[in-house]
Unconditional design. Structure first.
Length: 587
């Protein structure tokens, strides 16, 4: 994570990503539908609403591990808030807002299982998918999480987040504890009681003392954000060892700059790590991932907590502290900078942080398309998405003339250039129109099918393409294709259109994690199966690349009907990969 800006102490790309998460990743309809199902006692329906895939059967858990384990698990499932879990999960930032990939999150533990050579805890846990831009679905599992990555029972390494001490992130019975976790008294840090940001002259300029814990939390945070790492940690009761670890010569970052760049919850870090340590067999703890070094926390004979940077090997045996334990709550950072209002937070988060403000409505819904001003032929025209097309004040004859001009290689400007850029994914768009297109494709990325349908019903052109020249057909694997595919085909969208990687919609469905049902639907609609992507990989080779056994029917058909299609280099690479896999299995 990069250090914050001088103006606001926050990296702009991270704030933009966090705003996207809060606006698009957990839409209001998902929160409402999940809450309705939970209220009816239907935990599986709540999971389905939040796009969780349940990978276990409660009856089989009872049969294998006994009624006590199944009973405790069942009670937790009835109070699981899957949309709140999605709200709090780690994200890919830096301009993105999708789920952190291949991440395991432990929600609760349930004793031991006799299987294997030694006792191993059973866990309710979830796992995110391995693709950055893939479907944002979450697998909910029960069993021995982290097999092969776990050096000892209860000791988790990087990539596994242990939320057992943070039930307020997922358990409806404990969500109110978030208030105490972030240090809210009569108001949250940096905010007034109504959630509006405090002005700079309202913030402390010196240590206000322990009599005002919220003001002192503000002071400690400001020290840290101003780069005064040693001072802020010392004031929070944490020892700081500034000795740099052994690192490559090209690595110039200092220990102080690395720690200053983390969104540490300095005021509560010591207590949070100590509470986390009570549930871990480890004696040392790692926070963040500051390759090629690690930030290590350790108790000095169970006395003060000490922080230092160490090399990668020296961190062996340390437990990985989840971001939810050591990081400032992103919602408070967004409120502080005006990125969201209290009413736009998840209702359970808003209810924990603010009392007396009334119920939160949740994230805003889709913004209806508004007219955008375009300079055209020396005048200002307005273009707007209306009735499924980008409308402009030009007659059909003018439009026909401009199309002919473009066909003969002539330069097209004004409204017609904007229309071409919007429908092709190439060229420049006015910022306001870029924002409208971005909202559509962000809702696509997060699987918000109702939001996408609402925008299309409001008049957005189905033929629009994003900056990667992807049409809505290219991204159907992220949505409910049964609702959208007939509508897109009726609008005349091209099944063989190529994006910037030369992928057709069928290619995108194969290498983007699309379901077999979607793949079959595209083929039934007439999609060609003899296509190649930019790397000259055939559909059969893409299926092998991603080891998609669920698409064997398509692989066999491509190999039968189009023998020899695809790249020669892939066959050699695949053979080397298989050899490497065999060596790993032998080891």
């Amino acid at each position: 994570m990069s250090p914050g800006t001088v103006a606001g102490y926050f990296a702009p790309d991270e704030l933009a990503s966090r705003r996207q998460v809060r606006r698009y990743a957990v839409p209001r309809w998902m929160i409402e539908e999940s809450a309705e199902r939970r209220a009816a006692g239907d935990w599986q329906g709540a999971c389905a609403a939040a796009r969780f895939d349940v990978k276990f059967d409660l009856a089989q858990v009872s049969e294998r591990y006994g009624p006590d384990v199944a009973g405790a698990l069942g009670a937790d499932l009835l109070h699981l808030v899957p949309d709140l879990v999605r709200w709090h999960l780690p994200r890919i930032l830096g301009g993105r807002s999708t789920l952190a990939t291949d991440r395991i999150v432990i929600l609760a533990g349930y004793g031991r299982t006799p299987d294997g050579p030694g006792p191993t805890s059973l866990y309710l846990y979830l796992r995110t998918l391995p693709m950055v831009d893939g479907p944002q679905r979450i697998a909910l599992r029960f069993g021995t999480a982290g097999k092969g990555r776990q050096p000892a029972p209860g000791l988790f390494r990087s990539g596994i987040e242990d939320w057992r001490t943070a039930r307020y992130l997922w358990d409806a019975r404990r969500t109110g504890e978030l208030r105490a976790h972030v240090g809210v008294a009569d108001r949250p840090p940096f905010l007034h009681a109504d959630g509006t940001p405090r002005a700079a002259d309202e913030l402390p300029t010196a240590d206000p003392g322990s009599g005002d814990p919220v003001a002192r939390a503000e002071w400690l945070t400001l020290l840290h954000q101003n780069g005064q790492v040693a001072e802020s940690l010392a004031a929070a009761g944490i020892e700081w060892d500034p000795t740099p670890p052994q690192m490559p010569a090209w690595y110039r970052a200092t220990p102080e700059s690395i720690v200053a760049g983390l969104a540490l919850d300095v005021p509560r870090l010591e207590a949070a790590v100590r509470r986390f340590a009570e549930h871990s067999p480890a004696e040392r703890f790692q926070i963040g991932e500051a390759w090629p070094a690690n930030i290590l926390l350790e108790f000095t004979d169970r006395g003060p907590l000490r922080m230092r940077l160490v090399g990668l090997e020296e961190a062996d045996g340390a437990a990985f502290v989840p971001e939810a334990v050591w990081r400032r709550l992103p919602d408070l950072d967004l409120l502080r900078t005006g990125g969201v209002s209290p009413g736009q937070l998840h209702p359970l988060v808003a209810g924990a942080l603010f009392t007396g403000l009334g119920p939160a409505t949740g994230p805003p819904g889709p913004t209806p398309p508004a007219p955008v001003r375009v300079r055209c032929r020396g005048e200002w025209h307005k273009v707007v998405f209306r009735d499924g097309r980008l409308d402009s004040p030009h007659s059909p004859q003018e439009r026909q003339r401009e199309n002919a001009l473009r066909a003969f290689g002539g330069a097209v400007t004004g409204c017609f250039a904007v229309e071409h850029a919007c429908m092709s994914g190439t060229g420049r768009l006015p910022k306001a129109l870029q924002a409208q297109r971005r909202e559509l494709f962000l809702r696509v990325q997060h699987g918000d099918t109702p939001g996408v349908l609402e925008l299309l019903d409001a008049g957005v052109d189905l033929r629009v393409r994003d900056g990667g020249r992807r049409s809505l057909l290219h991204v159907l694997h992220l949505l409910d294709h049964e609702l959208l595919l007939p509508r897109l085909l009726a609008a005349g969208l091209d099944l063989e259109a190529q994006d910037h990687l030369d992928r057709t919609p069928l290619c995108s469905a194969v290498d983007g994690g699309g379901s077999p049902d979607l793949v079959k639907a595209l083929i039934e609609a007439g999609a060609r199966i003899d296509v190649l992507d930019q790397m000259e990989l055939s559909l059969a080779q893409l299926i092998s690349k991603y080891r998609r056994t669920d698409l064997d029917f398509l692989k066999e058909r491509v190999e039968k009907e189009h023998p020899g299609i695809g790249s020669d280099w892939w066959e050699e690479w695949e053979e080397e990969r298989d050899d490497a896999d065999e060596e790993d299995e032998d080891e």
